[in-house]
Design a protein around this ligand. Structure first.
Ligand code: SAM
Ligand code: ZN
Length: 281
């Protein structure tokens, strides 16, 4: 087995280490969190919830799972796995996917590590219960938790890698949980990402923001690389699934959504930026 559970979880109420006791994770102060039968643990205290059902809905998670299964984003997963594993020495590499969605990128990372004989300790975290449930059902080796990037239930300096894919980075938290010498790998949409779909749904496209990437406290100046390729997306369902994964579904007008719904195929540019922020010693 090359994927192990992640052992350095912290109590979301007081930061104490969590230990497994039967079907629960418990801290020394007596807080206890049940491990659900599907294999995930809810470590999001009610007081940190901004809504009853935060994060992606059940429908959005299902749409993302169907779209990612089509392998249209496999080159992104391959680039992320390669960057995560590059230059790793023997031993266990611990990695968090912060905002893991339905777990696609961690599953691809586990498969890449298996091919290279690298052992991983994996933690997938998302604020959406539906996302974590879907991820836990498909991977019984990794650790899956409902939680927030704003207050990670993780002991300090216990991770070698943090992934933040199309998500919501909280750099102070990522710096806290990364070991010196580890790094954050952030993936975001580039200026041409899904341009052809955006041209269908918006009357005009906003010019891309050319802001320089800032260096957050605790990190060295980041390095960035672009990954760009084309995909053919076929069928109204798959186009609808892709739209449901993006912010455009909510930003578009009813007319824009109707134009997208009328599409049966589209040739699209995938354009993403991979940015690596090294944790300073
Ligand atoms: C655009 S999706 C990306 C999901 C996944 N990284 C992927 O690329 O397939 C953003 C994800 O962030 C989650 N999310 C939103 N706010 C969050 C927070 N504060 N902490 C952790 N996850 C969050 C959502 O539930 C959703 O699953
Ligand atoms: Zn506690």
């Amino acid at each position: 087995m090359t994927t192990l559970p992640f052992q350095a979880l912290a109590c979301p109420l007081d930061g104490n280490p969590l230990q497994r006791q039967g079907a629960a994770l418990c801290c020394a102060a007596g807080h206890s969190f049940d491990i659900a039968s599907q294999g995930y643990t809810n470590l999001l205290p009610v007081q940190n919830k901004r809504s009853l059902d935060p994060g992606d809905s059940k429908e959005m998670v299902a749409a993302r799972r169907r779209f990612l299964e089509s392998s249209h984003y496999a080159p992104i997963a391959a680039a992320v796995s390669q960057a995560t594993l590059a230059g790793v020495q023997a031993g266990v590499l611990s990695c968090l996917d912060a905002g893991c969605g339905e777990g696609y990128y961690l599953r691809q990372l586990a498969a890449a590590a298996e091919r290279e004989g690298q052992t991983l300790a994996l933690l997938g975290l998302d604020i959406s219960k539906w996302a974590v449930l879907a991820a836990a059902k498909r991977d019984k080796q990794s650790t899956w938790v409902v939680g927030s990037n704003a207050a990670l239930p993780v002991l300090p300096a216990t991770l070698d890698r943090v992934l933040c894919m199309f998500g919501f980075p909280v750099y102070a938290e990522f710096a806290r949980v990364l070991q010196p010498g580890g790094f954050l790998l952030q993936v975001d949409a580039g200026p041409d990402h899904l341009r052809e779909l955006r041209e269908v749904i918006y009357p005009s496209l906003k010019p891309p923001r050319n802001g320089e990437t800032l260096t957050p406290a605790g990190f060295a100046a980041p390095t960035s690389e672009a990954l760009s390729y084309r995909v053919e997306v076929c069928g109204a369902e798959q186009i609808a699934d892709l739209l449901a994964m993006t912010p455009h579904l909510y930003r578009a007008t009813a007319e824009g959504r109707a134009r997208a719904a009328a599409l049966t195929e589209i040739s699209l540019t995938v354009d993403v930026r991979l940015t690596r922020f090294g944790r300073e010693a």
